[in-house]
Write a protein that binds this ligand. Sequence first.
Ligand code: URA
Length: 229
Amino acid sequence: MRMDKAQRYYLQRMGIDVYLERDAVSVQPVPVVAVDKHVTADTEAAWEVLRNEVAQCIKCELHKSRTQTVFGVGNQQANWLIIGEAPGAEEDRQGEPFVGRAGKLLNAMLQAVGLQRDEVYIANILKCRPPNNRDPRPDEVSACRNYLRRQIDLIQPHIILAVGRVAAQNLLQTETPIGRMRGQRYSYADTGIPVVVTYHPAYLLRSPREKRKAWQDLQLAMQIYKESL
Ligand code: URA
C-alpha cells in the first residue's frame, strides 16, 4: 500500500507506525492455502509412498553421512512452495528444512508478505545434507530430482519461490547468475507454475544490504500469486 502524505498524517495521529511505508508494502490478507484442492485417498497414499521412498533412499553417497533425510514440511495444499538448496547441520539433526538461523530469517521474510510458515510448503533440491555444507553435486541433484518433481505434482502450488543460486539454477536448468535471475517470472519445467527467484537467507545474513532486493522479489512473487487467484 503506497501511502500519501495525508494518510501518513492520519495514521501518525492515530499512533500507528508507518515505518513499512518506505517500501510500498501490501500485507492485506490473501488466501494462501487452497481449500478446494482435490485431496483424495490416492493423494494421501502417494504422499505416504513418496515419504517412505525418500526416507529409505540410497541413490547417492549422501545417505552414508546423513543423520536422516529431510523430506519437506508444511501444508500439502499450500499455494506457495518455497524451495531451498539442501539441509544443513541443524536440518539434518531435526529432519526439517530451514530450522537454523537461515530458517528464522526465511520465516521473517515470509511474514513480511503476510505468509506464515505453516501455510506454505518448504522443501529442498536435496533431501540429504552434503558434508560440510558443500554445494550439491550434479549426480546428487539428479538422484533427488524426481522426489521434488513428485512433491510439486502433489502440491500443485500457484507459485514457487526459489531461494538461492543452487535452487534457482537447478529448478530452471540454467547457469545464469542469481543476480540476473531476480526480478523476473519464470515457469517450472512443463507445468506453467510461475517461479520467482530470490537470494538465500544464509546469504542475506552475510550481506544484509541485499535484503532490500529480497524484499522486492517477495513483493513480485506476491503480485504474481495474487494474479493467479
Ligand atoms: N539452507 C537450505 O537451502 N535449506 C535448508 O533446509 C536449510 C538451509
